[in-house]
Design a protein around this ligand. Structure first.
Ligand code: GLN
Ligand code: ZN
Length: 763
């Protein structure tokens, strides 16, 4: 009993082998065959790593994105790349990454420039997929070659395979109709292709197929619920057994629907959706398998195996052969192997589990259920000892931090006066012109900056030499900004490797892995810092750099911080307390920094909350609760300053309409946002009633090497002024400039400053 399986394995490789192979192929430094060989060897290794399971996923490997793979498998390619006569994999990368026109004229129809597919977040993870594109005319045609090849490889390796595919309803739900047509109208055309796929797999002798339908953990209206019933009734006659997989949350009101779909088995997330499990067992027809995701596929902590067994044993008793065990979701969202970590201190390391360790945990649980706990007594005892040590560790628990959080009172998050009273005081001090100009924080991270940081980390240069190198960069940024005539300057963030890691490294309660990479999209990976203990700030983190920068100029220098919500959302967080609790601790630490900056004479302080929206729960019904504490945390961090100090915040591209009240509730004096690509339409959300404070809509698209002309910027700002009174507008780029070159930044900002002057004289 208790068959074990896995929903998906990280494909990037423990040493990011896939990333490097992809990037070298894209640069033309290696051949397609070499890239394919790397893919094959990663798959082989990963199946080997999972060989102890009863069923191993096949089809979870991808050269870029599993949703884009699905689009290719279903023959749903965007029109702009159809008719390409080169290699399929190259066409696939054209959709994934876009391609600028090279010899546009002769090849306009085949391999000329194409726009990349849009990318968006995969549910509430930090993984981004390529959005399927539909129109009313979309037709589907099966191409199962990729999946069949991988299946053949796996079988040649002697692996017990379970193909993994994305289900039809989720596939339609996460895509976009380019012509605003009804995506659900495509279901009758899509289902025969799925039926053909399942038949193809059946013909291969496949018994079980995992069909992912995570959309079931979101709020579905009646049409979409109905689509589930239609789809699975139509697929029911296929000769494979379907394991319908949901994850990332609770089924809640979709529980009955999910339980009664005509499939052979259901996988549910028993971490985030644990409350579903007992009701589900009651509802589930007695022939169905129930797979429980009991190991957290989203974090890096060891599982409390004894606690899971206490809960699981009675369930196993009831379900017998019908119970399967798995991680909660694909392990795509965790790093591969804890054993690679050579520098993490042993105590902390003993609390963690990456993908391979999670699979080991799964095996221990299954053995305990099959043979009794005594069969794994050693493993259980060791697991308990590690968890007990973590619970008791003084490195995790800091009573001072606890009591500071307990003492949080509402006035901590309140400015002394309202925005209307603060602005004149700020204006009197800052003496800014109308349409003031500024930038979002970072200036180009040049090769020299990266070299100096690498040298310092490797011990090739000392602290003094490093500080001098960074000061020289800061001075360069300040001089350039003065020459350009910007109004509020920044120091340029030369000393920061990353906007979260930089703060994490200086806060107590944070740790850093060497190889804890997680795929963000394509070849891009992030290495989230590990928030393991109560957070405190032993010493100021930015004051020295900012005051140095301020000493170089008479213009106001903006202090630059990352906000508590963003630090939280881009970290691996604790599982032993609510996220809100960790966020409050971060808020208090950032507050101390804000107050120290103010004390040091800094008059403008920006607190970035680029990831605020990313933390929104999957279900809208839970948004308010999240926004309440997230905004409170920002306010605690920001609002301890005097009226005279101007607080800015910044957010990258984001939908604001549905969270505008929360954004207004932050009560920052100025918010800068990414808007240039939306032609200022995003500003519609910020009408006077809803948003009374100042706004800097981005006018320079920093993702592109293009230099915006003065006329274009003036035009954008005029559109902005149609929506926001001119006296509340700032002029700035969309986001930080760290990924650009000085050669692009200087002319672009010169045009921006010129545009501001034009606007002032016109006004
Ligand atoms: N201050 C940061 C920078 O300029 C903001 C980055 C971001 O919003 N992602 O780089
Ligand atoms: Zn940004």
């Amino acid at each position: 009993m208790a068959l074990t399986h896995n929903l998906g394995f990280p494909r990037i490789g423990a040493k990011r082998e896939l990333k490097f192979a992809l990037e070298s192929y894209w640069k033309g430094e290696s051949s397609r065959d070499e890239l394919k060989a790397t893919g094959a060897s990663l798959r082989q290794r990963h199946w080997n790593d999972q060989a102890g399971l009863d069923l191993v996923p096949v089809g979870d490997f991808s050269f870029y994105d599993q949703i884009l793979d699905t689009s290719f498998m279903l023959g749903n390619l965007p029109e702009r790349v159809q008719g390409f006569h080169g290699d399929v994999l190259d066409n696939y990368f054209r959709v994934a990454r876009g391609r600028s026109a090279q010899s546009a004229e002769e090849h306009a129809d085949c391999c000329g420039g194409v726009a990349a597919g849009e990318m968006t977040k995969w549910f509430d993870t930090n993984y981004h997929y390529i959005v399927p594109e539909f129109t009313a005319a979309t037709e589907f045609r099966l191409d199962a070659s990729r999946l069949l090849e991988q299946l053949a490889e796996a079988r040649a390796q002697g692996v017990r395979t379970k193909p993994v595919i994305v289900g039809p309803v989720t596939y339609l739900a996460i895509g976009k109709a380019k012509d605003d047509s009804d995506r659900l109208a495509l279901l009758p055309r899509l289902l025969p292709v799925y039926a053909e796929l399942l038949e193809t797999l059946a013909a291969q002798g496949i018994e079980w197929v995992q069909i992912d339908e995570p959309i079931l953990v979101t709020e579905l209206d009646a049409d979409w619920q109905h689509a589930f019933t239609t789809a699975y009734h139509q697929l029911k006659s296929c000769r494979v057994k379907l394991l319908l997989a949901t994850y990332f949350g609770q089924l809640a009101e979709n529980l009955y629907l999910a339980a009664n779909l005509p499939v052979a088995g259901l996988h549910v997330d028993a971490i985030n959706g644990r409350d579903d499990v007992l009701p589900l067992i009651g509802l589930l027809p007695s022939h169905k398998v129930l797979s429980l995701g009991v190991i957290n596929g989203r974090n890096i902590w060891k599982t409390d195996l004894t606690a899971v067994l206490d809960w699981l044993e009675p369930i196993a008793e009831r379900l017998g052969e019908r119970l399967w065990l798995a991680p909660s979701c694909s392990l795509l969202h965790v790093p591969v192997d804890l054993a690679s970590e050579q520098k993490l201190d042993p105590e902390l390391k003993s609390w963690l589990a990456f993908a391979l360790q999670k699979l080991d945990e799964l095996k221990v649980l299954a053995t305990a259920l099959r043979e009794g706990r005594a069969a794994v007594a050693g493993e259980l005892a060791a697991n308990k000892a590690d968890l007990d040590a973590r619970r008791a560790s003084p490195r995790v628990h800091n009573p001072k931090v606890r009591s500071a959080v307990a003492c949080i009172v509402p006035h901590l998050g309140m400015r002394e006066s309202s925005y209307a009273r603060r602005t004149p005081k700020q204006a009197a001090l800052l003496k800014l012109p109308k349409f003031p100009t500024t930038t979002i924080g970072s200036f180009p991270q040049t090769a020299e900056i990266r070299q100096a940081r690498a040298d310092y980390k490797a011990g090739r240069i000392g602290a003094t030499a490093y500080r001098q190198a960074m000061q020289a960069e800061i001075e360069r940024s300040v001089r350039e900004q003065e020459k350009l005539g910007l109004d509020v300057l920044v120091h340029g963030e030369a000393e920061r490797n990353d906007m979260v890691e930089y703060f994490g490294e200086q806060l107590d309660g944070y740790a850093f892995s060497q190889f804890g990479w997680v795929q963000s999209y394509g070849s891009r990976c992030v290495k989230p810092p590990i928030l393991f203990g109560d957070i405190s700030r032993p010493r100021p983190m930015t004051v020295e750099w900012i005051t140095y920068a301020q000493s170089l100029t008479g213009k106001p220098m903006k202090g630059m911080l990352t906000g508590p919500v963003t630090i939280l959302n881009w970290s691996f967080v604790r599982d032993d307390q609510p996220r809100s609790e960790s966020c409050k601790q971060l808020a208090l630490a950032i507050r101390e920094e804000v107050l120290d900056l103010e004390k040091a004479g800094v008059r403008v302080i920006q607190i970035d909350e680029a990831a605020l929206r990313e933390g929104l729960p999957l279900r809208r019904a839970q948004w308010k609760e999240y926004l309440d504490w997230a905004i409170e945390c920002f306010r605690i961090a920001a609002n301890g300053v005097r009226d005279e100090t101007q607080i800015h915040t910044h957010m990258c591209y984001s939908e604001f309409n549905d969270i505008i009240e929360a954004i207004a509730g932050m009560d920052a004096d100025v918010i800068t946002i990414e808007t240039s690509r939306s032609d200022m339409e995003l500003l519609d959300a910020f009408d006077d009633f809803k948003y009374p404070n100042e706004i800097g809509p981005g006018v320079y698209d920093i993702h592109s090497p293009n230099i915006p002309s003065t006329a274009h910027i003036v035009d954008l700002m005029k559109k902005a002024a149609e929506r926001i009174p001119a006296e509340r507008l700032w002029v700035n780029p969309d986001c930080g400039l760290k990924t650009r070159q000085w050669g692009e930044v200087i002319p672009a900002l010169a045009n921006m400053v010129e545009a501001a002057k034009t606007l002032r004289t016109a006004a």
